[in-house]
Each structure stands twice: as C-alpha cells, then as structure tokens.
Design a protein. Structure first.
Length: 133
C-alpha cells in the first residue's frame, strides 16, 4: 500500500467523473449519483438481446483506498436513452445465489430513479424488467 502523497491527488479523477455525470444528466443520458467523493463506484450500463443490464460495484479503491465501507448509489435511468415507455420498471438481480429485486424510489416522464445499497466490496448486476408485463 502506498501512502496517498506518493500517488498524487485523486481529485482530477473525481472532477472528470462529476463533469461526465453532469453532462449526462444535462443531455438526458443515464448516470449515477453517490453521496460523497470518497464513495466511488463502478457503473456500467448496456443492452444485450433487447434487455438493459446494469452493473454497480463497490470495487473502486476510493479516495482513501478503502472499499470496505458500504455505500448507497442512486441510479438515474433515462427513458429517452433506453427507449423505455412510461410504464413501471424494476431491476432484477441476475445472481443465481439470491434473487434480489430493486424497485424504483421514484420515476417521472424522463427518469427512473433507483437507490441501491452496496455492501462493502460488493456489487450488483441486474436486468431492467417491466412490472407492467
């Protein structure tokens, strides 16, 4: 483990990530929101065979090199970007170990907001499914 002063500041990485999320929000593209600079999170969003998938991971080292703390992530999914109707959606875990379903904390005509708690050094991989079907 290297002391922080030997690897330089993490602030430039944080500033770029914040700018990208701000631009995504401004252009109605999906993005994540975390509560604190030290609570970094991996975020991937993709479509395969017509299904939208999300990966969130508490895998990053964070500002202090510690992913051993849990964190809460708010996922903002863009209906426009993903071609989603005004119907209701939820995230269903793809894990074979446990079937976990995450329902949105709120939604409107443009966004589906889902708040997901991540365990220390944990992750969530889920598929977006329509509740209306």
């Amino acid at each position: 483990f290297l002391p922080k002063y030997q690897i330089g500041s993490t602030y430039p990485h944080y500033a770029v990530a914040q700018l990208l999320h701000h631009l995504a929000r401004e252009h109605r593209l999906s993005y994540v929101e975390v509560s604190d600079r030290s609570e970094t999170v991996a975020f991937h969003l993709w479509r395969s065979a017509g299904t939208v998938y999300v990966l969130l991971g508490n895998l990053e080292t964070g500002e202090l090199g510690d992913s051993r703390r849990g964190r809460v992530v708010t996922l903002h999914l863009s209906r426009l970007q993903l071609g989603l109707t005004l119907g209701a959606y939820r995230l269903q875990s793809v894990s074979e170990e446990k079937v976990e379903v995450v329902t949105p904390s709120s939604a409107d005509d443009h966004w589906i907001m889902i708040t997901i708690p991540l365990q220390p050094e944990g992750m969530f991989v889920g598929r977006l499914v329509s509740i209306d079907e």
